[in-house]
Design a binder for this molecule. Structure first.
Ligand SMILES: Cc1cc2nc3c(=O)[nH]c(=O)nc-3n(C[C@H](O)[C@H](O)[C@H](O)COP(=O)(O)OP(=O)(O)OC[C@H]3O[C@@H](n4cnc5c(N)ncnc54)[C@H](O)[C@@H]3O)c2cc1C
Ligand code: SF4
Ligand code: SF4
Length: 585
């Protein structure tokens, strides 16, 4: 109701004025929901099998703290220049920004940081612990395990059968995807930290398994190097080669003459690498795969790059025999396939179509239908026909023996191998600390994981996180919890690729990654999901002035006596670091 005209003095109606602070009104007492201010887990962090704090280093990059971002990355990942190139980046499939426009190109930012630290000088870490560890195999699993152990102060010796370290990264993946000098420099950093790597030492042949008894623990990461056969009559003979053996040869400098037509059988990474390598040796390459493109296990980018380079594909086709004349290979007898019911892998089983045989001419056939474990690569009593079973810390059923990488029954990727190596390093540390009588964590607590997928944080294990956390909750932040009104659309900066015509002529690297400035711009596309980055929007929007800065300058405190539970801070927080909960819960 308008004020009576007599009460208006100089045109101002009367108002109630308090001569004390509003803080006496404890308005918080009647709320039934309250905000909780705590960091949560970004979905990219949960999605990375290596267990990298992606959100954390993106946050540092946003503030141009590039060297600190490198340090944070190296705390979890011994080989960022490698993973930035060859990891299939499940982190990006999980990235919340995917629902907004396009995911953050995490692998490209990682690659920039990885390349930046390739020549950074490192100092050897003193072996302050008395225990010693042997690592069998210098693939990503073995090197990952050795790296984290040496950082925990243990003396580690890696025994490697091949003449150079790196496992499949050295033996299988071609130069045009992972240049040898990048890998070598990344391994040098691990060596310089104090890991001893002995090459040309096959355990079980050059070094008896029993001699490993002199070490306090053993990590076994021999990978899976036995090429599966095609399973057709006549495959033993000239012209039909193991795809992995062929890649191995080329990776050590050989340039075999494959003839004009090369047929690659298989649909995984080995098949793609064989076909693209054959092209670079001057042949025409045809990939024969028994399912469709959708079921191909190869990394999608590799398939797209192979297509762009004009590798030909024949889907729903499988070999049934080898045709030779006077001992010379003529080609493959094939049959058409159709997809039947799903098999144990969940993929639809390929079934031969009756009377559909056809012939594919070939000068060379490269067999890339998968790799299995070499039983000689394991000591007696460790593992069964398909591999080794371990607990969440990589411990096998044999005391003191740990295992990881392709030798496990799980996804076979570089990132999974690095993650398994790290898990085992923490498991070995736990074993030694238990023996020393120290109190250690029984099982893997929630606080050690990123999300639910089992990828662990070495930083949290060591309890020396350089970034202050606010009541970190192991809860992944979904896209719906973000306030996307605070973000602008911006296209993703993808890898710069050389044109296909130039790529095919040699083994130069196909992807040029991103330049530093573009990578930093890309990092600024990150929403920093779930983690407060001090933007102060909660403080600014709180109508009760119930949010204030923490005394130490990091983060905020909520004055629950005055917060009315209106939820504005929760609604305004761009990154889901404020959640609402019922009072009393
Ligand atoms: C051709 C090819 C391309 C691939 N491309 C990709 C890719 O792009 N991205 C991706 O994520 N994954 C890729 N993969 C899969 C990935 O390389 C593997 O999952 C990963 O290398 C497994 O790591 P690992 O350490 O378990 O084994 P490996 O990398 O296989 O290393 C095992 C090492 O152990 C050594 N060894 C074996 N037995 C003994 C012994 N008795 N004594 C001493 N040393 C021994 C071997 O010589 C080898 O160096 C590819 C695989 C292949 C075959
Ligand atoms: S290692 Fe792979 S999954 Fe992890 S952050 Fe790098 S690209 Fe992503
Ligand atoms: S936006 Fe950033 S923090 Fe969020 S999931 Fe993507 S990379 Fe991770």
């Amino acid at each position: 109701m308008p004020a009576p005209i007599d009460d208006i003095v100089h045109g101002v109606p009367p108002v109630v004025i308090s001569n004390t602070t509003t803080l006496v009104n404890r308005t918080g007492s009647w709320k039934y929901i309250r905000p909780i201010y705590r960091d949560r887990v970004a979905p990219c962090n949960e999605g990375c099998p290596v267990g990298i704090d992606i959100e954390g280093y993106m946050n540092l990059l946003r503030e141009d703290r590039v060297e600190e971002a490198c340090d944070l990355l190296l705390r979890e990942n011994p080989m960022p220049a490698v993973t930035g190139r060859v990891c299939y980046h499940p982190c990006e499939s999980a990235c919340n920004r995917r629902s907004f426009d396009e995911p953050v190109s995490i692998h490209a930012v990682e690659r920039m940081l990885g390349d930046r630290v390739l020549d950074r000088p490192v100092e050897a870490i003193p072996h302050v612990q008395k225990e010693t560890v042997a690592v069998v195999g210098s693939g990503p699993a073995g090197l990952g395990c050795a790296y984290h152990l040496v950082r925990l102060g243990y003396a580690v010796t890696v025994l490697e059968a091949a003449s150079e370290p790196g496992g499949i990264l050295r033996l299988g993946i071609p130069d045009y995807r992972l240049p040898k000098d990048v890998l070598a420099r990344e391994i040098d950093r691990i060596r310089n930290l104090g890991v001893e790597i002995r090459c040309d030492t096959r355990v079980g042949k050059d070094f008896p398994w029993e001699d490993l008894d002199s070490f306090d623990a053993v990590f076994v990461g021999p990978g899976a190097h036995r090429s599966r056969p095609l399973g057709v009559e006549g495959e033993e003979g000239p012209g039909v080669l193991s795809g992995l053996a062929f890649l191995h040869e080329v990776n050590f400098g050989a340039r075999p003459d494959l003839g004009k037509n090369v047929v690659v059988v298989g649909g995984g990474n080995t098949a793609m690498d064989c076909a693209r390598t054959a092209l670079r040796l001057g042949a025409k390459a045809l990939v024969l795969y028994r399912r469709t493109r959708a079921e191909m296990p190869a990394i999608d980018e590799e398939v797209r790059e192979a297509e762009a380079e004009e590798v030909a594909f024949q889907f729903l086709a499988a070999p049934v025999g080898v045709r030779r004349e006077n001992g010379k290979l003529l080609g493959l007898e094939c049959t058409r396939m159709r997809l039947g019911e799903p098999d144990e892998s969940g993929r639809r089983r390929p079934v031969p179509v009756p009377d559909s045989e056809f012939f594919v001419p070939a000068d060379t056939v490269l067999c890339a239908v998968g790799e299995s474990l070499d039983p000689d690569a394991l000591p007696e009593g460790l593992g069964n026909g398909w591999g080794v079973e371990t607990d969440a810390f990589g411990a096998s059923t044999r005391p003191r023996f740990f295992a990881g990488g392709d030798v496990l029954d799980g996804p076979r990727t570089v990132a999974h191998a690095l993650g398994a190596g790290k898990r085992a390093a923490l498991g070995i540390d736990r074993l030694f600390r238990e023996k020393r009588g120290e109190t250690v964590r029984e099982a893997i607590p929630e606080s050690l994981r990123y999300g639910r997928l089992g990828n662990l944080s070495a930083t949290r294990w060591r309890e020396d996180d350089p970034i202050p956390r606010v009541g970190a909750a192991n809860e992944v932040v979904p896209y719906e919890d973000l306030n996307i009104e605070h973000f602008d659309h911006a296209p993703m900066h993808g890898d710069r690729l050389r044109v296909p015509e130039l790529r095919r002529t040699g083994f130069d690297e196909v992807s040029r990654g991103l330049g530093t400035e573009t990578a930093l711009e890309e990092a600024r596309r990150c929403f920093n999901c779930g983690v407060c980055n001090q933007c102060e929007l909660c403080l600014i929007f709180c109508p009760d002035v119930a949010i204030s800065r923490n005394e130490d300058g990091h983060g905020f405190v909520i004055d629950y006596e005055h917060c009315k539970g209106c939820g504005l801070c929760n609604a305004e927080c761009p990154r889901g670091a404020m959640t609402m909960t019922r009072e009393g819960l």
